[in-house]
Design a protein around this ligand. Sequence first.
Ligand code: PEP
Ligand code: MG
Length: 851
Amino acid sequence: MEDAAVQNNSPDITLVTPDAPIAVRTHGGRAKCLQRLVRLDLPVPTTVALSFDTVHRLAGGEAPDVSLLMQPFADDLLLCIRPSSEDPDWGGPGAILNIGINDARHADLVKSIGKVAADEIYLRFIQAYSEHVARLDPDMFDDIDMSSPKAVADALETYEDEAEEPFPQDVSKQLLGVLRSMARAWEGTSARLLRMAKGAPADAGLGLVVQAMALGLGKGESGSGVLQLVDGQSGLPVVKGRYLSQSQGRDALEAGAKSLFLTKDERGPSLQDKLPASFDALLEHANLMRRRLREEMQMEFTIENGDVHILDGVRIQRSARAAVRIAVALAEEGIISHEEALMRVEPRALNELLHRQVDPAAKRDVIGSGVAASPGAASGKVVFTEAAAQASAARGEACILVRRETSPEDVRGMHAAAAVLTERGGVTSHAAVIARGLGLPCVVGANNLRFQSKTKQLTSGDGRVFKEGDILTIDGTNGEVLSGEPAMLEATLDESFQNLMIWADDVRDIDVRANADTPADAQTAHNFKAQGIGLCRTEHMFFDEDRLTVMREMIFADDPEDRRTAVERLLPIQRADFVDLFRIMADKPVCIRLFDPPLHEFLPGNRAGMRDLAEALSLPLSHVERRIEALSEYNPMLGMRGVRLGITIPEIYEMQARAIFEATLDASKDGHSVVPEIMIPLVSAKREVELVKTRIDAVAAAVRTERGADFDFRLGVMVETPRAALRAEDIAPHCDFFSFGTNDLTQMTYGLSRDDAGRFMSAYVQQGVYPEDPFHTLDAEGVGELLQLGAERGRKAQPNLTLSVCGEHGGSPESIAFCRKVGIDYVSCSPFRVPVARLAAAQFTIKDKIG
Ligand code: PEP
Ligand code: MG
């Protein structure tokens, strides 16, 4: 015991006892976990942990004190060595078993457990040593019949021939050889790159655990297996695992039908039938591990002549849906706190629950890839036009809308499609934004596929051609395009998910609203418990057939009077839209953005469309052509759009304001208290706000008089030009709120087109020009500085100013962290990202609390 005490105090070679100085930081997760199992008094074989420092020195050629290391182990024991890195996901060299076997011990084992078992142990070690330590070709044993009685002799001879020396008989030499090979494998370049790709720091350390072998081979009922208490895919409680008689390590998992089930099972014999007492002991140990380690673990065990040994515990691998169920179940049983449960679920992983996904077990025939613009997966027949998508939906057939890029004209086709694929675009391009809003799987910027819209075909890099009607699957979660229809997993918004969300809401200190343009979006937002609508893009309401024609009449009107007449026909339609939104969002705030896009987006892009329009408006084709020509701009995104339209064609904003106010009064009749928020887009000068505000106030006064009823409303601006952020102090006195439109603000700050950046973004990120796609993760340094400046200057002039972010960044966890820091009141994102934002916000609040 004195020896044990020496090791117990050694920081380098430490016997795993309940109070030995072992930490994840110095000895790795496996060593720490084994110490916890020892503290629980579980039957863990004697184990010694080697620290990161020791292993690092070993890789550099400095041998540890092997005799000290071997002291705690009885002379006739065999040993195994396993890696112990700080995070198990960083990988590490594979375990090596049966170290210490040599001719003499083999002879003893033949007597104690029989020749077959003794041979198997020796053969396994000769093979592992040859490959990993002596670095010989693993194929060199191919000609040996491993079941022959002379297999051991043959293997030893083969080793000697190849290595030009006899197989080492000295246990210390074997042990040192294995330790050194594992230490060096960890420091190799490919292992280093691999773990760095998984998030490990460049200098991540490796610990090693040396453990006495429980043989699993030999007398009585002996074998090995694994056991866990939940299913890693579903997260539901079930005793799972396999056991294989006369086996070692993780053999049972590879043995197929030869292995036993654990619990009684109709499909075949089970450990519970065969060894009920050992099974009960295993179950008891597993339950104790779960309660005391506060985690779902996979237990690795060996049975030696009926006796149970616990060799290891590993946190079970789990799908996102299982992660939610496991965390919530542990918290509901009081094993972990609600806050800990919240911290255990990766916010983005919720996407897996919110959308259908390709079954991870399904075969994937990948034909192309692009930017993962909207998560989830869907299969359907390929269509190349918006009209074909609608026709397909009318037939009840799922379709994939394939376009070079989408424009507002495609919105109805997108509604009809099961998923969208575009050749161009990035994360804030039109297709991406609309698809996220609709919860539709979407891949954009798939430029490794050839899009041939004229011939209606799509050609993959390997030359396969896909025509209209062929079946494709879009995996918007990872940006892949697959041929055919793999198996899917359905979305699951079960009770565990709902509970986790309620706990998140109890904790978080930043509000979350949704961007929603239609009653269907609003309903989704409401279902996901958004605290209101932070952005309703009204232009999307004008693309339905009946409205589009009136819109076009308005655009073609020759004078303000005709324009007003056309616009008035849109009034009841808009009013009905808003009444719906107010009713669905019941008393929650709804922020409506006035018309934003350039008018040309409502006009046909080809001659056939122009001819139809000329006919519909009874105008000569040449007149239509001239008008379209006159409206075309070199750079429409920086042209006549947003508030600039509001100033030059005031009838549109006046109609929208009237529709909002009348809808407010109509929806309030049901007892709702509606206080609409009206938002002016693309502001860059104070005077723009003054002019629009004066007109809106006049409309409000007129509606109050006409209806003989009062109402409140709030007016604000969208801060999405750099100038609006810089001049926030001038603008804020006219506003109740600012909402930062970080899509346009990013576009204008970088001078980077949001629709074209996808073409070179991956090269930029790969070469480290940008750390991330700034349309995806808010650029805290540049765009963020403008945002912070705008927020500070705005609040200086107007302390009660409500501040929010409604660009796509509103739903990204990193951006939410930034928004909290600069005092943003709420973020607003597409409805399907609301749960992700709620959880991310809760996690940041908890992190701040912990400090
Ligand atoms: C923005 O620019 O950030 C925004 C929310 O508006 P849109 O994406 O409609 O331009
Ligand atoms: Mg914008």
